[in-house]
Design a binder for this molecule. Structure first.
Ligand code: UDP
Length: 440
């Protein structure tokens, strides 16, 4: 099997008029339309290609469908494609580069890595070149398809933009080496865009634009949910049990919870989690070591064991006693460009299986199926809304859409003090920043 480029269909979803109806968005929609009146005519007849490396799981896949749909509504011709490589070593390498850009891992990117990255990038570029018109524009997301875009630039001379969603606000040898690995390809592009100023590598200093990502308030992930709707979703997803009749049918693929025998079963086994009644701490993220899920589990165990004893009152102690921790993430097989997910989830499951039975009851490890994007989003929305605290204990975080999602839902957030989270969370106002998320 060879490399290939998959075209991803994008549903139109909400229209600009729908957004404009909300007071807090009216002026933004007007500004966007005014800007479009100037720029869209300049782009007539040209197709804009968004290129990324997974259609589901993670922040890029979360944001692109809405961006594509909104750009289309403004009159632009936009397509979204995803790169595929049959060689698993390619995404293993790009994951290593991703970790290195975040300052994690050991240096040692070598000649074989170079050959692998360049080889796959060239084959992808050869595969994709025939689809492209001479006036088309490429917007390439993150390091995985970066090399392909650089080769297409060289081959076809198209305008190219690299949109980097990752970053680390320090320079350490391992991040420096990763930037050296990518540098020639990055420099081949006409423009680059980063999430924060602090992420721009020195060789692009003064030449990159900054655009923080955003969330869409009207999507299934973020839209307002009434109390009956929230409970209905939890019940349809088998995240909660009920004796009452429910209006809507069960989801085709329910959420799955780790069981004592190591299997994953519907989350109401062995008993209802109490999501609608108990103090709930929730982290929802990809199974990635940089998300700090392991230390979070350990911290919750310490909290339950009263170490350190911090209860301020009997009522507070009762909250701690009744609290449950929910650690949720996508089915690991579903996220193409994240080959470490299965390993990280397996490690977490082992950590959980070594806990005494009473603590296993208090900590739910959940897999949220990706079969339906809508149902997955509704599960995330309902889980965030019924949380007392949303946690994002990231050791490193480019941005952390989950933080914006939780704050939008007025949930207090406990966030690891990684740069992306520090840029969003106001310590003491919208939540608390944890200086050392790796320290339980
Ligand atoms: N997400 C999801 N289902 C999951 C886990 C995560 O829909 O099981 C979403 C989450 O709600 C957020 C995105 O994936 O919108 C993750 O983006 P973020 O910027 O937090 O992190 P990234 O995965 O890009 O590192």
């Amino acid at each position: 099997m060879n490399v290939h480029i998959e075209s991803v269909e994008v549903e139109p979803g909400y229209r600009l008029e729908d957004y404009a109806e909300y007071n807090y968005l009216t002026s933004q929609v007007a500004d966007l339309e005014a800007a479009a009146r100037i720029s869209v005519p300049l782009l007539t007849g040209r197709k804009i290609w968004m290129v990324s490396s997974t259609r589901q799981g993670g922040g890029v896949a979360e944001g692109l469908p809405r961006v594509v749909s909104l750009m289309r509504q403004l009159g632009l011709s936009v397509e979204w494609v995803v790169i595929h490589s049959p060689d698993p070593a390619f995404f293993a390498l790009t994951k290593r580069v991703h970790n290195h850009l975040h300052g994690v891992g050991k240096t040692g990117l070598g000649r074989r890595d170079r050959e692998l990255y360049d080889g796959v990038s060239t084959r992808l570029a050869d595969e994709f070149a025939s689809e492209l018109g001479s006036d088309d524009i490429l917007i390439v997301h993150d390091p995985q398809p970066l090399g392909m875009g650089a080769r297409l630039k060289a081959k076809r001379g198209l305008p190219t933009i690299w949109r980097c969603h990752v970053g680390f606000d320090q320079t350490v040898p391992v991040s420096e080496e990763a930037w050296q690995f990518l540098k020639a390809d990055v420099l081949a592009y006409d423009r680059s865009i980063f999430t924060l100023d602090a992420y721009v590598p020195s060789f692009l200093s003064g030449k990159a634009a900054i655009i923080p990502p955003g969330i869409d308030p009207l999507t299934h992930k973020n839209r307002e949910l009434s109390v009956p709707k929230t409970s209905g979703i939890l019940i349809d997803a088998a995240l909660a049990a009920t004796m009452h009749p429910v209006l809507t049918p069960p989801f085709e693929a329910p959420a799955l919870r780790l069981q004592v025998d190591g299997s994953f079963k519907s989350a109401v086994f062995p008993e209802d989690l109490g999501l609608l009644f108990r103090p709930i701490l929730t982290q929802i993220s990809r199974w990635d070591r940089l998300k700090g899920v392991g230390p979070l589990l350990d911290a919750f165990v310490l909290l339950k064991r009263g170490k350190p004893a911090r209860a301020r009152s009997d009522r507070h102690q009762l909250s701690i006693d009744h609290a449950r921790l929910v650690l949720a993430g996508p089915e690991p097989e579903g996220v193409q460009d994240d080959p470490e997910a299965l390993e990280v989830l397996t490690e977490l499951c082992e950590r959980w299986s070594n806990l005494p039975p009473e603590l296993k009851h208090e900590i739910a490890i959940l897999k949220l199926p990706l079969a339906s994007v809508k149902q997955n989003a509704l599960m995330v929305n309902a889980l965030q809304r019924c949380s007392t605290v949303v946690v994002q204990n990231s050791v490193r975080e480019g941005f952390g859409l989950t933080v914006a999602e939780a704050m939008w839902k007025t949930r207090p957030v406990m966030g690891g003090a990684a740069a992306g989270i520090r840029a969003q969370l106001v310590d003491g106002t919208t939540g608390r920043l944890v200086d050392d998320p790796g320290n339980a």
